[in-house]
Design a binder for this molecule. Structure first.
Ligand code: KG4
Ligand code: ZN
Length: 332
């Protein structure tokens, strides 16, 4: 079965043709980073206009490269920016009518958390999923495909958002997460004492705004705002984020009794997070799974794959209207 995946929830236009037997047949991804750079963040109106400009061309390229047509189309129906989502939904539904094939909406976070199932070493159900992206920070009890219970979330900023905002504080260009991780490579750990939010009291929720403020104060108190001080601060911020995420994963594994952990979303591309979770899970007898780094951030492949999984397993598939907010628990 071949599924065309269409991702337009934020600032990436992603298209892929995925075959359930042969894997990825073709894929294209256009990032709008350059478009939003001067504003320091995604401008929703510009994002949807750019999806309109790119999407039809990307679909034509992907289908041309694959030389095969899809049996069904899956598009991201939410959560995300409403105008951007509408572009993907409208194009997908129009294309499906012209090809006379089924079309349906996919939950963006389900697509993220299923991405590690595409790897050769892939997790069985059940597992705990840590979803860390620019818009979301969630711990999910994944009982089986399509049965999700959110057990922890952020009270303020998402993990990726915190990376991006701290990067801005340190004078780094948008998008900040990867730039901050790069700067931190040159930093020495242990110079700044930063909080590990909500780790000293029980619970699975996150809060990153206090950590962000602590970085702001530390930056303002620097005698000199030189590159090596900023690198040290980036390193300690990254370490605080990583330790906080590891602590909450450990608690979620204990609370659910699961011995598998899946980590997905843009922040799962972070090298130190991957290393820390790999080490921690090795010590505690937990199996940990990540998508390949390219499939951590938004892309069409994960949407096509999630769509194919749903079709093959006989889960409900419908041409959904788009939703800016859409709790993952509602899929169950
Ligand atoms: O999943 P994603 O592409 O988009 C959303 O659904 O939000 O995640 C993007 C987020 C951004 O905040 C970006 O800064 C962050 O993931 N990110 C990283 C890294 N690569 C991407 N954060 C930390 N370290 C990275 N290497
Ligand atoms: Zn995403």
């Amino acid at each position: 079965m071949r599924v065309l995946g269409v991702e337009t929830s934020c600032d990436e236009t992603g298209v892929a043709l995925y075959d359930s037997d042969r894997g990825i047949l073709a894929q294209k991804l256009h990032s709008q980073t350059a478009l939003h750079k001067e504003y320091g963040g995604v401008v929703p109106e510009l994002a949807s206009r750019d999806h309109i400009r790119r999407l039809a061309k990307l679909v034509a390229i992907v289908l041309g490269q694959a030389g095969e047509s899809p049996d069904a189309i899956a598009y991201t129906a939410g959560p995300g920016l409403i105008g951007s989502l509408l572009v993907g939904a409208a194009l997908s539904q129009g294309l499906a009518v012209s090809l006379d094939i089924p079309v349906f909406g996919v939950h963006h976070l389900e697509a993220h958390l299923l991405a590690p199932l595409m790897e050769i070493r892939s997790p069985d159900f059940p597992f705990v999923a840590l979803l860390v992206s620019g818009g979301h920070t969630l711990l999910v009890d994944v009982k089986e495909l399509g049965r999700y219970r959110s057990i922890g979330t952020t009270l303020d900023d998402a993990a990726g958002e915190a990376f991006d905002k701290v990067a801005t504080l340190l004078g780094l260009p948008y998008p900040g997460g990867p730039a901050l991780a790069k700067l931190a490579e040159a930093g020495r750990p242990g110079r700044f004492s930063l909080p590990r939010p909500l780790t000293t009291r029980p619970g699975l929720d996150f809060s990153f705004s206090g950590l962000k403020t602590a970085v702001l104060y530390a930056r303002n108190a620097l005698a000199s705002n030189d590159q090596s001080s900023r690198a040290d601060l980036a390193r300690d911020f990254e370490q605080a984020m990583v330790e906080t995420l590891v602590c909450k994963c450990e608690r979620a594994l204990t609370a659910t009794g699961h011995d598998r952990l899946v980590v997905a979303g843009g922040v799962a591309a972070n090298r130190r997070l991957r290393e820390a979770l790999t080490d921690h899970c090795r010590e505690t007898g937990v199996s940990v799974y990540f998508p390949s780094v390219e499939l951590c951030t938004d892309n069409g492949v994960m949407v096509a794959f999630a769509g194919a999984k749903r079709l093959i397993e006989g889960l409900p598939v419908r041409p959904l209207s788009v939703r800016a907010r859409w709790p993952i628990d509602e899929l169950s």
